[in-house]
Ligand binder design. Structure first.
Ligand code: ATP
Ligand code: MG
Length: 449
């Protein structure tokens, strides 16, 4: 007992013991569950005398009876050696170098076992003053590779040739108990890479696991560390989270743990108003249903929904200050996008979708004259209409306007003409004569139908 304690003190608490090797008869994952491409990669590497395993999410998902989204391979061959063995492959990444091997349309990610690095800046490994890993290209052993992974359930190695699972961190037991547990000291691991806090929330929701107490407890205190993560990486992780099929639950968890401050700080304000809360939750639930039914989801639509009530209140304020409807809307959109980009860099291709969806919200309120006909031909009509329906369902707008557009879309020419509402009066027409090219002044104010 004392010897064990002494050994533990000498070796440090995070040093793993010998791995457990679990045979096929006990875990039940057959090599046939592994994609042909991943099998080809591991067998080619093994034939060259290297170690090669399927690792990470794929092993975890197979053990949970889920279909893996992709397959990652870990090996003791260097990226250059791997690159040399597969004709259709390329080395990618700087912070974390790995090799993409292609078979048809499938891509298998091959990473070389990572080891510990001294924490000082070198060509291969570097951390910043908070201990955040900036570069992680120090190679190591299989055991070191296991313990540098984030969660125990993500650190299982599967050998397709022997069908054995190698478990250094107790991931199999945690999976059985449905626990998501970080490997090593939670605080130190979050300091190394604050994105692990977001991964904890996402993986727990996606896999229906409980975040183990010690893994969860330090998060609220450390949430601010997300500020040091590049906004583009945060965006990628946020997107994965929103498209995980459990986004509604994830957003609630992010808030409970204080993690949304660094991502969507405006969410606080939005979710505090009953209408905003209903709208965002409805949008997320719809997204989750689509993801679970393998239907495509538009990230622009989703971010437009998350920030809509912020745009709406700025829009209303602008109008109350005497600005025209469209000017107030454009200014509101610019402000919200700019404020948001300080935290989370929403790529331009998505933010331009968001803008269009928001702008069309004003245009959809106009149901007289030629405008509704022109709108039907707009490539973003469908998205904007779906967005309008969410606004109706959440109680922000009268259901009648959504039903009107539903009917208008499917009606014949004659019926459409009969559905048009009378124009909104002389003031608008007078303005149009003055500024024949301006279309903006035609639009109707929010809530005015
Ligand atoms: P998903 O099902 O979403 O792909 P995943 O666990 O496979 O989940 P990936 O981003 O594909 O996630 O990462 C593959 C593996 O790499 C993980 O299972 C984990 O072992 C390791 N990993 C990924 N991100 C980190 C990180 N930030 N810190 C430590 N290990 C990580
Ligand atoms: Mg993966």
């Amino acid at each position: 007992m004392i010897r064990k304690l002494l050994l533990r003190l000498v070796n440090g608490p995070s040093r793993p013991s010998a791995p457990r090797v679990i045979s096929h008869s006990r875990h039940g994952v057959s090599r046939h569950a592994i994609s042909a491409c991943a099998r080809r990669v591991t067998s080619t590497l093994q034939a060259e005398g290297f170690d090669a395993y399927v690792v990470g999410g794929a092993v975890r998902d197979l053990l949970l009876g889920r279909e893996p989204k992709d397959f990652d391979v870990a090996t003791n061959a260097t990226p250059e050696r791997v690159r040399g063995l597969f004709r259709r492959s390329r080395i990618i990444g700087r912070r974390f170098q790995l090799v993409h091997v292609l078979c048809g349309r499938e891509v298998v990610e091959v990473s070389t076992f990572r080891g510990k690095h001294a924490g000082v800046d070198s060509e291969r490994g570097a951390t910043d003053e908070h201990g955040r890993i900036l570069r992680d290209n120090v190679f190591g052993t299989r055991e070191e590779d296991a313990v540098r992974r984030d969660f125990t359930v993500n650190a299982l190695f599967y050998d397709p040739s022997s069908e054995e699972i190698i478990d250094y961190c107790g991931g199999l037991a945690d999976l059985k108990d449905r626990k998501l547990r970080i490997i090593g000291d939670a605080e130190a691991r979050y300091r190394e890479d604050p994105v692990r806090m977001l991964r904890a929330v996402r993986l727990a929701a996606k896999l229906d696991l409980e975040i183990e107490h010690g893994t969860r407890a330090p998060i609220p205190e450390l949430a601010d560390l997300l500020e040091s993560v590049p906004p583009s990486r945060l965006f990628e992780e946020m997107l994965k989270l929103l498209l995980s099929g459990g986004s509604a639950q994830c957003v609630q968890q992010l808030r409970a743990l204080g993690l949304h401050h660094g991502l969507l700080p405006m969410l606080d304000v939005i979710l505090e108003q009953p209408l905003g809360q209903r709208f965002v939750m409805l949008a997320l639930q719809r997204t989750d249903e689509r993801v679970r039914n393998d239907k495509p989801v538009s990230p622009g639509f989703l971010f437009a929904a998350l920030l809509w009530h912020e745009v709406l209140s700025a829009w209303r304020n602008g109008e109350a200050a005497g600005k025209s409807t469209m000017l107030a809307l454009f200014e509101a959109i610019d402000r919200v996008i700019e404020e948001q980009s300080a935290n989370l860099a929403i790529p331009r291709r998505f933010s331009s979708d968001m803008r269009e969806i928001w702008i069309l919200q004003a245009r959809l309120l106009n149901r007289s004259g030629r405008r509704p006909f022109a709108l039907l031909g707009n490539p973003r009509f469908r998205a904007a209409y779906d967005f309008l329906l969410l606004r109706c369902e959440s109680g922000e707008l009268d259901m009648e306007i959504g039903e009107w557009w539903e009917r208008f879309q499917h009606a014949g020419e004659e019926e459409r003409r009969s559905m048009l509402l009378p124009g909104t009066g002389g003031r608008r027409r007078r303005r149009r004569r003055k500024k024949p090219k301006s279309r903006a002044s035609d639009d109707v104010a929010p809530g005015q139908q």
